[in-house]
Design a protein around this ligand. Structure first.
Ligand SMILES: [Zn+2]
Length: 429
């Protein structure tokens, strides 16, 4: 899968909450993943305290001078129209127009992203430098939009594992005409989905492509019985720029996923930041961690937030670094792999094992860290700790820098020698 190609395909679609372009975007993902389910929630549906909005239809929108010179057109950019703008057709004074015209002084050549999902008004957006050049007293405005009953759609790619217990990946497919926020999350999730489909997994993975907040509310509220089967969830977006990764912890911040993500970031990156729940770019993890839901959900992004092009048309493929998307993809995949392959080992011996007898002695000159860790690994294989927890404890409490994979490989060698058994409770960790 070419992440940049998918990004470019989705980029200029009018991906607001319920629109034809949103459907077209999900249809495109369904071509990549034919088994992907598309859930549809009708306009007016009460989802917990929320109500599914109507479909927003855009036929055309423009501003013209009275002599017919077009100075703004929806065909230029989807952000030229306020998302969910009401229709309007008439002649207005410049003052009246300015009350409905939005621009960004800090990004004067860009269209700002303005949305009025839950209030009704008409509005347009224009690069600020163009606003400054408006020199007529009156203008003609036409916004040919309509609100109709429709279906809010959520794409769900289910990758079945050994157990029904699920790890959910949540990504936002909304934000018309923008890329880093938030469809970098969509393309990274799609690339991870392809990799997960090629291997066998312990957990069932569910990858969600949905409009921010309301999509998560619909999915969870209509699947309440399933919530206890979701072990944890990851949300990610804003992964295409050069800043370091930011790990936004779940609420309460101490779940296994929090600890695995922290360690993988520490092992795989030179520098990263940690943030508490809601400290950075809050999004769908608010719903998953939220009141009465309680699924530990982390949020992975890149610094800074907000970045200079945030919520403007300058957030385009031009600011995306493909190698950064690949780096984030590999990192998140590694987090999932640790979560998925972890198990609880139980030692079948007493006293420190006679390692040389089994060919398990580690030469400190060849691998100092593992040599130091072996006594601790043997000690902690008491049936109470998973391989990851043993690794984490050794790093944290004994300041030995050793990675999960190395500990797991060593434990597997002990299993081969009959010294250690795998607990059948592994799925519950
Ligand atoms: Zn946003």
């Amino acid at each position: 899968m070419d992440m940049m190609e998918l990004l470019r395909f989705l980029w200029l679609k009018n991906r607001s909450l319920v629109t034809d372009d949103m459907d077209a975007s999900l249809l495109h993902l369904k071509q990549i993943f034919p088994d992907m389910k598309v859930h549809a929630y009708p306009t007016g549906l009460e989802a917990w305290t929320w109500i599914v909005p109507p479909k927003w239809v855009v036929r055309d929108a423009f501003i013209e001078t009275l002599d017919g010179r077009r100075i703004l057109s929806f065909s230029e950019h989807p952000l030229s129209l306020v998302s969910y703008s009401e229709p309007f057709d008439g002649e207005v004074s410049k003052e009246e127009l300015l009350r409905h015209l939005h621009s960004s002084e800090t990004r004067p050549a860009a269209f700002p992203y303005v949305f009025k999902y839950y209030e009704r008004d008409w509005g347009l957006c224009m690069p600020h430098e163009r606003v400054l050049s408006l020199d007529q007293a009156r203008y003609r405005v036409k916004i040919d939009t309509a609100f109709e009953p429709g279906m809010l759609k959520v794409g769900e790619l289910v990758i079945p594992g050994e157990t029904e217990e699920s790890i959910v990946i949540v990504t936002d497919i909304c934000h018309p005409g923008q890329v880093n926020d938030s469809i970098t999350g969509v393309v990274v999730a799609a690339a991870i989905g392809e990799k997960l489909l090629r291997q066998s997994n312990n957990y069932t993975f569910r990858i969600l492509f949905l409009p921010e907040t309301i999509g998560s509310i619909c999915y969870l509220s209509q699947n309440e019985d399933f919530i206890p089967h979701i072990k944890c969830a990851l949300f990610f977006e804003m992964l295409g720029t050069t800043g370091e990764h930011v790990l936004g912890h779940s609420y309460p911040g101490t779940s296994k996923l929090d600890r695995v993500a922290y360690r993988v970031l520490q092992w795989r990156t030179d520098k990263f930041h940690e943030a508490r729940f809601r400290e950075v770019a809050p999004s769908d993890e608010k719903v998953f961690n939220g009141p009465g839901v309680g699924i530990p959900t982390i949020n992975i992004t890149r610094a800074p937030y907000p970045y200079p092009e945030y919520h403007t048309s300058d957030d385009s493929p031009d600011i995306i670094h493909p190698e950064k998307l690949e780096e984030s993809r590999d990192l998140i995949f590694e987090i999932l792999r640790v979560m998925d392959t972890d198990f609880v080992p139980i030692r079948q011996f007493r006293g420190p094992a006679f390692l040389s007898r089994y060919g398990l002695w580690v030469d400190w000159q060849k691998n100092w860290a593992l040599n130091m860790a072996v006594d601790l690994i043997m000690l902690f294989m008491d049936g109470q700790h998973s391989v990851f927890e043993i690794t984490d404890k050794i790093n944290r409490e004994f300041d030995i820098k050793i990675q999960y994979e190395e500990v797991r490989d060593y434990v597997n060698r002990m299993i081969e020698k009959g010294l250690v058994a795998r607990s059948t409770l592994s799925q519950k960790i």
